[in-house]
Design a protein around this ligand. Structure first.
Ligand SMILES: O=C(O)c1ccccc1N[C@@H]1O[C@H](COP(=O)(O)O)[C@@H](O)[C@H]1O
Length: 206
């Protein structure tokens, strides 16, 4: 199966369509109010409705109230949820929707135990540990990733055109996720970088 590609932090229809046209499998909409990439429900619904069929639309949340997630699901056609905070398994699975659970990677972090505590996650999304919760453009030491994890891995954290090929060759993730690395400024995507990023994944994924 080819490595799947998500372009996260989409804040405009134009950027979402650019990601889809370039061959992304998914776009991410950020529902974390502290993020510079935050989109409100009305705008998120407009973006989602303008996307072509068979593109996954992922909703990213950080420690949101369950009622907020439910209201978002009622307003925006999300195919997948991404929980990027301190949510536990019972919280994540209550929405009856496939979800990704972010792990904040740092030395000493027990990813095997963490994976075991999210048996209902579709995949684990590995990001660098940073102040705040993510979207910071920081890489982590990929050698911290143990082999034989029971869940597929989505690799993220500081991926960009110049390192994604090496990342795919070394880690062999099921998917990659990028936000900062394909931006002109926070929340505004660089369409040429999106295309180059996707080409970098495809060239390395042989
Ligand atoms: O994008 C954000 O603003 C964001 C905010 C809070 C948590 C996660 C966020 N984004 C996710 O962070 C990782 C890494 O992003 P980057 O490529 O290093 O900028 C990625 O999974 C984004 O989906």
């Amino acid at each position: 199966m080819p490595v799947r590609i998500k372009i996260c932090g989409i804040t405009s229809i134009t950027d979402g369509l650019a990601a889809a046209d370039a061959g992304a499998d998914a776009i991410g909409l950020v529902f974390y109010p502290r993020s510079p990439r935050f989109v409100d429900l009305g705008h998120a619904a407009e973006i989602a409705r303008a996307m072509p069929p068979f593109l996954d639309i992922v909703g990213l949340f950080v420690n949101a109230d369950a009622a907020t997630v439910r209201a978002t699901l009622a307003a925006v056609p999300l195919s997948l949820l991404q929980f990027h905070g301190d949510e536990d398994e019972a919280y994540c699975r209550q929405f009856d929707r496939p979800y990704l659970k972010a792990a904040r990677m740092r030395p000493g972090f027990d990813l095997v135990q963490y994976a075991a505590s999210f048996p209902s996650a579709q995949a684990l999304l590995l990001d660098a540990f940073v102040d705040g919760y993510g979207g910071a453009g920081h890489t982590f030491d990929w050698s911290l990733i143990p082999s034989g994890l029971p869940r597929p891995i989505v690799l993220s954290g500081g991926l960009a055109v110049d390192n994604v090929g090496e990342a795919v060759r070394r880690v062999r993730p099921a998917a990659v996720d990028v936000s900062s690395g394909v931006e002109v400024s926070k929340g505004v995507k660089d369409h040429a970088k999106i295309a180059a990023f996707i080409a970098g994944v495809r060239n390395a994924d042989v």
